[in-house]
Design a protein around this ligand. Structure first.
Ligand code: GTP
Ligand code: MG
Length: 206
């Protein structure tokens, strides 16, 4: 898939303020600092598209990016949205702003009718974390389609990444019979870009 254009559109404080639901939409979510904004920039091949930060809690609103892609050089354009969401599990937030976050995210995930796929980002350097497993089981309960993206693979030895991915699957298999689609990525090394874009193209076509 070729990205012809990717531009920032709007940041919305709530589900009902989001742009018109007139095209497929792909949202990126996960722990604060896991690499959501960096992954979006990697996919769009534009390091300045989504704001990234070394300190967690950078992304606060529902951020829509307008993308135009094509299967090949002369193929017709396809239009879709990328959505950068604020992360969960950021320790330094008050109870009330955490609740506000939960309400905003739940509404968005459950009501956004053009939401085609949610990518849940998991830090590949760590053993399975309760907060990620709980979030995934919530998505399952809400029947929101999702895939897993293991991030920052360049920061660990390949063997450790592999073991952590397997441990995550083992944890999922304790309650599930099927595993979701998954991708191992590094925004630093551009690993996983082609596979995710290919997958989005398949999803765009239903
Ligand atoms: P919030 O918006 O705060 O929830 O964070 P986020 O999930 O959007 O993370 P962001 O993309 O801002 O990245 C957080 C930090 O991790 C930044 O310092 C990035 O440069 C770094 N980072 C993200 N992805 C990678 C990666 O694949 N490899 C390496 N080495 N660093 C990464
Ligand atoms: Mg971010």
């Amino acid at each position: 898939m070729l990205i012809r254009k990717a531009v920032y559109l709007v940041s919305s404080p709530s589900f009902d303020k989001c742009p018109k639901a007139d095209r497929p939409e792909y949202a990126f979510i996960g722990r604060s600092n896991v690499g959501k904004s960096s992954l979006i920039n990697m996919l769009a091949a534009n390091q300045k598209l989504a704001k990234t930060s070394a300190s967690p809690g950078k992304t606060q609103l529902i951020n829509h990016f307008d993308v135009t892609s094509a299967a090949a050089e002369k193929a017709p354009s396809e239009k879709w949205y990328l959505v950068d969401l604020p992360g969960y599990g950021f320790a330094k937030v008050s109870q009330s702003s955490r609740r506000k976050w939960e309400q905003m995210i739940e509404n968005y995930l459950r009501k956004r009718e053009n939401l085609t796929m949610v990518f849940v980002l998991i830090d590949s350097r760590h053993k399975p974390q309760k907060i990620d497993l709980e979030f995934i089981s919530q998505l399952d309960k809400w029947q929101v389609p999702f895939s897993l993206v293991f991030t920052k693979s360049d920061k660990e030895k390949p063997g450790v990444v592999k073991a952590n991915v397997q441990a995550f699957f083992d944890a999922l298999l304790e309650t599930w019979q099927f595993l979701p689609r998954h991708f191992v990525t590094s925004s630093e090394k551009k690993q996983g870009r082609d596979d995710i874009l290919q997958f989005i193209q398949e999803c765009n076509r239903g």
